[in-house]
Ligand binder design. Structure first.
Ligand code: FE2
Length: 414
């Protein structure tokens, strides 16, 4: 628990098996202080039980990595193929997502035995001769597991937020943000390159690297803070339909949204993985939907950046992801990357020339390129070392259980 709260990430590869072991161990550490009941609950359809995450990440290795090298390797339990498949229709049917919390069997012990079984098989195959493609699939499995590590934290936070006892996940002292005055960073017009380049892992949706034209713009040096967003709330932002997209206004009305998720009714407290705490005024605001981020930007006389504006501005700044994070967003200096996922104005779509990975893993990203928006950066719940400037996260516009905030952009001021 100590290690996770301090955000000490896994060391980057000192060998394939060492990296595998470190990532898998971190997943188990995330549930080290939790009960089997904590790991069982599913608080909404979008979230999954932690027990399911523990099993599904093992299913991914068993299905796409182990079987790639040893197709005849017996399954730990053939029924798990149905229970723990998420959305890979090309490998078979799956249990309904909203009903994952009903899976009281297998128990947590059996799921942990499943993990140990997969780990032993991976260790055996890592030690043997294997083709490069297999090593690439293993790396994909590790990146996938890191994505689920973040989801485990955000799904747990949502479940805990539904509990009147206000459970505390991390009992360490929470970090407190400094006041970082807002500045605007100027980016001149030009033909620029967008997307992943170079060595190192990237998901297929970050490629191919391609040219984009950008008119000149100014982007905020740091994300919008809680204090700035509270001013919007207290100015009646949630009651003015002129600020909202039609779908967003419908959502505000239907769900009676009046403030970000997890804020207390008086806008002075927020619930998080450290429990219920006073709102940190200078921390990046988070748990916003796209609609709320968009409405705030309009109210502020600015806009959300496109993903091209965001990536190119951050590359120009030499922006680096944090190597350590706490379990709530903190702002200590600009650009405060890696604290909240930042909504962009860009619909999640294929880059020109995009090709999904071959085979069933091609279902990983490409088929979701409809009806969602891109978020950039990374959050306090993202495992250190996982995200990068070309990383494209994506969620439907109403989603707000992730650590999602925003950064403003505006036209060049003369
Ligand atoms: Fe998954």
């Amino acid at each position: 628990m100590q290690q996770i709260c301090n955000g000490e990430g896994v060391s980057i590869s000192t060998g394939l098996l060492a990296r595998y072991t470190a990532v898998r161990r971190r997943t188990v550490q995330l549930v080290g202080s939790l009960s089997a009941e904590d790991c069982q609950v599913q608080s909404m359809a979008d979230a999954s039980p932690l027990k399911w995450h523990l099993a599904h990440t093992s299913w991914f290795f068993e299905t796409f990595v182990l079987s790639a090298l040893e197709p005849r390797l017996p399954r730990f339990d053939p029924q798990f193929a149905h229970l723990f498949n998420s959305y890979y229709h090309s490998v078979g049917a799956m249990h309904a997502r909203p009903q994952r919390g009903l899976l009281t069997r297998p128990g947590l012990d059996r799921v942990m035995a499943y993990r140990a079984h997969v780990d032993a098989a991976v260790a055996r195959l890592c030690s043997a001769a294997h083709p490069q493609r297999w090593a690439e699939l293993l790396e994909l499995g590790l990146q996938h597991e890191q994505q689920h590590q973040e989801l485990m934290l955000t799904d747990l936070l949502h479940a805990f937020s539904c509990n009147p006892l206000r459970p505390v996940y991390c009992s360490e002292a929470p970090p407190v943000s400094k006041e970082v005055p807002q500045r605007w960073l100027r980016v001149e017009a030009g033909l620029r390159m967008l997307g992943h380049a170079g060595e190192g892992f990237a998901f297929d949706n970050e490629m191919p690297r391609h040219r984009v034209w950008l008119d000149g713009f100014e982007i905020a040096a740091r994300p919008v803070t809680n204090a700035e967003y509270r001013a919007f709330v207290e100015a009646g932002g949630y009651r003015d339909p002129l600020l909202w997209l039609s779908d967003g206004w419908a959502q505000v009305q239907a769900l009676d949204w009046q403030r970000p998720a997890y804020w207390g009714d008086d806008n002075t407290q927020a619930f998080g993985l450290y429990g219920l705490l006073p709102l940190d005024p200078h921390a990046p605001v988070c748990h916003l939907s796209y609609y709320e981020a968009d409405a705030f930007a309009r109210w502020a006389g600015a806009a959300l950046p496109t993903e091209a504006q965001w990536e190119i501005a951050m590359v120009d700044q030499g922006g680096e992801m944090p190597t350590m994070t706490a379990l709530r967003p903190v702002c200590e200096n600009a650009p405060a990357l890696g604290q909240v996922w930042e909504w962009t104005a860009s619909a999640y779509a294929a880059y020109p020339g995009f090709r999904p990975a071959p085979g069933a893993v091609g279902e990983y990203n490409g088929k979701f390129m409809c009806g969602q928006y891109v978020l950039r950066g990374g959050s306090c719940a993202t495992p250190p070392g996982h995200a990068r400037l070309s990383y494209r996260n994506f969620f439907p516009p109403a989603a707000r259980w992730q650590f999602s905030g925003l950064r403003l952009v505006r036209e060049l001021q003369t």
